[in-house]
Design a protein around this ligand. Structure first.
Ligand code: GN1
Ligand code: MG
Length: 360
């Protein structure tokens, strides 16, 4: 079988091309991932990833953050399962191929799978325990020693400014088809105001967060509701408490997943929201300030809003960031997120009450 990754890359990690098979893996929109399996001992596998350096211009910063998190966690819990880089034969974190691309190798976690939708609240509960535990273990991490691997990644104010800039350079056609979405986004400007007041609040500290806490970055034990571990630490960086709960609400409370969401079908599932908040309070609760707890009620609104803005900005910029399969893909994703945002906004009071009740 023809290999879909250059054999020089495998050589660099001490893997012989003749001994392994490679297949594309996962649904990530940024990096390219391959599952590498040993032809004879099928139980041995690796995850090989080519880093998208347009998105992550300094892969070394990712490796730095990842290792610092591993060291911090080990001081608190030596048994915590945290995936770490497998070095190249020369001891490096990455292999650079002849075109300058960065590749890294990770162990493949056998006996687990990632889900694209949660169908039982128990799954949301278990995933939120995994993110809450992670947040708690990193609550005393030296946050200023971590790099921002993407500048202003979840900075809603910056994202709004980027959208405005993309409006000024967009093609007339795309601008026309995006007009309704642009005006919907303006309607929700109060979320940006809330975000600004939040990050300026003295009791909302910078913390080390995962920052891509969506459902498919949790590995569940196969055929179970048990979240075994977290993956995808590229965006691990200083951030605020809203990021991880926000992406969990975004991807687990809605019954329809990000790619399938279309206008009007985004149902809010209260029992899933409650499961997330309950699990987070049990695991991260004690390390949160009162202001951080209150902010969790708004986290989904902020993250869905950011995601709608990011998809729309990319649409107006000509699809330069997210991988797309058709011309209107980013516009359709934007409409899906906006539909979800409207359902979610109608539940603001419910979310506030639930957070208050669960945290007491
Ligand atoms: C990207 O590549 P992936 O699927 O892990 C993005 C997230 C978005 C997500 C939307 C570095 O994540 O922020 O929420 O797509 N990651 C980056 O599905 O931009
Ligand atoms: Mg990611």
């Amino acid at each position: 079988m023809e290999l879909i990754v250059p054999s020089g890359v495998l050589d660099a990690f001490g893997l012989a091309a003749a001994d392994v098979e490679a297949i594309r893996h996962g649904h990530g929109l940024i990096n390219s991932s391959y599952k590498i399996t040993h032809r004879e001992s099928k139980g041995t596998a690796w995850l090989l990833q080519k880093i998208n350096i347009h998105v992550f211009p300094q892969p070394e910063a990712i490796a730095h953050n990842w290792k610092l998190a591993a060291e911090t966690i080990k001081l608190r819990d030596t048994d915590y399962f945290f995936i770490e880089f497998l070095p190249t034969l020369s001891g490096g974190d990455f292999h650079r191929d002849t075109e300058g691309a960065y590749w890294r190798l990770l162990p493949f976690v056998q006996g687990t799978s990632a889900y694209e939708r949660v169908v039982e609240p128990q799954q949301a509960w278990s995933a939120a325990r995994a993110f809450g535990t992670f947040c708690n273990l990193l609550s005393d991490a030296p946050v200023h020693e971590f790099y921002e691997t993407i500048k202003g990644f979840h900075d809603l104010d910056l994202r709004v400014r980027q959208l405005k800039a993309s409006v000024t350079t967009a093609s007339a056609n795309r601008l026309k088809s995006a007009a309704d979405c642009i005006s919907d986004i303006e309607q929700f400007n109060w979320i940006r105001d809330y975000y600004i007041s939040l990050v300026n609040h003295p009791a909302i500290p910078l913390r080390v967060m995962h920052m891509d806490a969506k459902l498919n970055n949790v590995l569940f034990r196969c055929n179970s509701n048990h979240a075994f571990c977290l993956v995808d630490f590229d965006t691990l960086m200083p951030g605020y408490i809203i990021s991880d709960m926000g992406d969990m609400v975004r991807t687990m409370v809605c019954g329809t997943n990000e790619e399938e969401l279309v206008s009007g079908d985004a149902a809010f599932r209260p029992e899933y929201f409650e499961a997330l908040i309950q699990a987070y309070s049990e695991t991260a609760g004690e390390s949160l300030t009162a202001a951080e707890r209150d902010a969790l009620a708004y986290s989904g609104l902020i993250l869905v809003y950011i995601q709608a803005i990011r998809f729309l900005t990319d649409y107006l910029s000509g699809d330069i960031y997210y991988s797309v399969t058709h011309d209107c893909h980013n516009l359709a994703r934007t409409k899906g997120q906006l539909s979800w945002l409207k359902s979610l906004a109608a539940q603001t009071d419910y979310m506030k009450q639930t957070v208050k009740r669960v945290f007491g």
